[in-house]
Design a protein around this ligand. Structure first.
Ligand code: MN
Length: 502
């Protein structure tokens, strides 16, 4: 279900001009190849880095951008001006470029060779001013990009590039992605709804609705043999509650859960979907709320949103791609309930059932319990805790005239007490800078209750993604000041109103 990283490439290009002569351009090309090879060899950078060429004319730059735009495997560009590259040459190319790019502001030589430096060295190592010329036209043309400054072998430079590559991968994955919405939106709920047409224009994915009957016909076609095979997989993967084991009083419910998982999975695979939403108000023909199925499908990389929340489903898919291969889980999440003791204020995050098992601190427990909402049979679900450490919540909101990404960094903590009667997966966190300020800012910004929660994705991944997508980005972290945040909200209202035009 996840992406094939081996197919994906970042293209490295170097700008120059003919003024320096063939010999210098040859060295520029060799240096570029060395840098691209070095970056591509870094295990942190999950795709190939391919040096394409030294670009020295407006035509060559334009033709290169045409090629990059239409190359399926190219997720983005790294641009570097080893020497001076007059930036009017870049206008035609940048005008049509539709792939994300990084401006790598580095220099081949880390050090000034103090005793040796002559005008040949100065002639070759000009990125200090060459990259400024390039940056000036990119700024004037208001092209989205990430600027990374530093020596190309430095870990920080490699890490910042690796983060951007993951954001570009998520963007690439979302273009043309399809999301299935089973049963539309939970009635009267505001934040889960929004403008799906605008999302397709701005973010590149489509969301279409399907009747529950469409899904039920897939579930009903599942064979008993498939069910037994999947139940055996459950028994190998989880600590299964006594009642759900063979001969147990609730064994049939576990088989039903397996049947639901197999049906949804087939529907998603056949339709080529990268995520889906459910709505517990509309489960006609399904005997239990899909808990276990959703938890396991998320673990395989599918985006998910409950109550029809397609924006969170798509965001979660993007976060799953960003997190691919990194340590730490990523899941659909909801701020569920609070602990408001002064000095120890916490959020207990959970959902009715649907928290991805990638977050689990230990082997999940597979259990069945009644659900006090929805009026269906008792659903099967995975129950687990989440390890302490860093984390964040992210959401995308439809503000009416734009999409806003809102991120809150959190510190995940281990509960001081067991929760023996809480039959769902759960995570306890302290929002940054603290619950009071974090929640105040979140609510002022219009942040809803559903999020993508991750212990792998960082705010830099999401900031890079928002930059590529051209959407608003707000972060609530330890540096945030509420008075500044309130101003930012007002300024952003003005900026997006003006920037959008009529
Ligand atoms: Mn919910």
């Amino acid at each position: 279900m996840m992406i094939d990283l081996k197919e994906k490439e970042v293209w490295f290009i170097t700008g120059s001009q003919h003024l320096y002569g063939e010999e210098t351009l040859k060295i520029v090309g060799e240096h570029s190849q060395i840098i691209a090879n070095f970056l591509g060899e870094q295990s942190k950078i999950p795709v190939k880095v391919v040096f394409k060429s030294v670009l020295t004319t407006p035509n060559a730059i334009h033709n290169f951008c045409v090629e990059a735009n239409s190359a399926q495997n190219c997720i983005g560009l790294v641009a570097w001006m080893h020497t001076f590259s007059p930036a009017k040459m870049w206008i035609a190319g940048l005008n049509i470029l539709n792939k994300p790019f990084v401006h790598l502001h580095t220099q081949y030589n880390r050090d000034i060779p103090w005793s040796e430096i002559d005008m040949d060295f100065m002639n070759l190592n000009q990125s200090a001013h060459g990259d400024r010329e390039f940056g000036s036209i990119v700024a004037r043309m208001k092209k989205a990009r990430k600027v990374i400054v530093g020596f190309w072998q430095d870990q920080e430079v490699i890490e910042r590039l690796a983060v951007w590559v993951r954001a570009a991968l998520a963007w690439n994955d979302l273009q043309g992605a399809k999301f299935a919405r089973f049963g539309d939106n939970m009635r009267e709920v505001a934040v889960t709804d929004g403008d799906k047409v605008e999302a397709q224009i701005q973010l590149g994915y489509s969301v279409n609705g399907y009747a529950l009957g469409d899904l039920v016909s897939y579930i009903n076609k599942v064979s008993p043999a498939e069910i037994q095979k999947l139940v055996a997989e459950y028994e190998n993967s989880y600590a299964v509650q006594q009642e759900l084991l063979a001969g147990g009083a609730k064994r049939a419910s576990l088989e039903e859960a397996a049947k639901i998982e197999l049906g949804i999975r087939k529907f998603l695979i056949e339709g080529g979907f990268k995520g889906f939403t459910t709505n517990f108000e509309n489960l006609d023909g399904i005997n239990q709320l899909p808990g276990l199925a959703v938890q396991r499908l998320m673990a395989d990389g599918y985006g998910f949103g409950a109550e029809g929340d397609w924006k969170t489903a798509a965001l979660l898919r993007a976060m799953k791609v960003m997190a691919y291969g990194l340590e730490g889980g990523t899941a659909f999440m909801e701020d569920y309930t609070y602990h408001l003791e002064e000095g120890k204020m916490r959020v207990l995050g959970a959902h009715m059932l649907e928290v991805c098992e990638s977050l689990a601190a230990q082997k999940p427990s597979l259990e069945i319990h009644p659900l006090s909402i929805g009026g269906k049979e008792d659903p099967v679900r995975l129950v687990f805790n989440v390890p302490a450490g860093r984390g964040l919540n992210a959401t995308i909101l439809d503000m009416g005239n734009r999409f806003r990404m809102l991120v809150n960094e959190v510190d995940v903590v281990t509960p001081e007490f067991d929760l023996p009667k809480l039959p769902v997966a759960r995570v306890l966190w302290a929002p940054q800078p603290n619950l009071k300020v974090g929640a105040e800012a979140w609510i002022l910004a219009g942040g809803g209750h559903h999020t993508g929660f991750s212990q792998a994705v960082t705010k830099e991944h999401l900031e890079d993604f928002a930059e590529i997508a051209g959407i608003e980005y707000l972060v609530i972290d330890n540096e945030m000041k509420i008075s500044e945040f309130k101003k930012e909200l007002k300024w952003n209202d003005l900026y997006y109103h003006l920037a959008k035009g009529i």
